[in-house]
Design a protein around this ligand. Structure first.
Ligand SMILES: [Zn+2]
Length: 105
């Protein structure tokens, strides 16, 4: 009976490698996801699949400069790349930004 349990646990840890590899490719902790996958494989695998890569998750906190299209932190009001004043696209609308794209400062 004990032998079956050992095989079952070994099997679960092998299964857990799958979501661990998927999560590691997206910049997450391999070890944590391995344990997560071993304990909750049914949940962990689809969870790892829908994980957003770390750099994309960080990018979601920023905004892109309407002038040079570089990514700048959400709280910045002056673009660190082209040093132009940024507006909030949600407030000003994309049409204004587009018409100003080629304006020389
Ligand atoms: Zn810029």
């Amino acid at each position: 009976m004990l032998g079956v349990a050992v095989y079952l646990i070994a099997f679960l840890f092998l299964l857990g490698l799958l979501p661990a590899f998927v999560a590691r490719q997206k910049g997450h902790s391999f070890l944590l996801w391995w344990l997560y996958g071993a304990v909750l494989f049914i949940v962990a695998l689809p969870h790892a699949m829908v994980l957003r890569p770390r750099n994309v998750a960080e990018m979601a906190d920023g905004k892109s400069c309407p002038y040079c299209e570089e990514l700048v932190p959400q709280e910045d009001e002056i673009c660190p790349f082209c040093h132009l004043h940024l507006y909030d696209p949600a407030l000003d609308g994309p049409a204004i930004g587009h018409s100003m794209t080629h304006r020389h400062a």
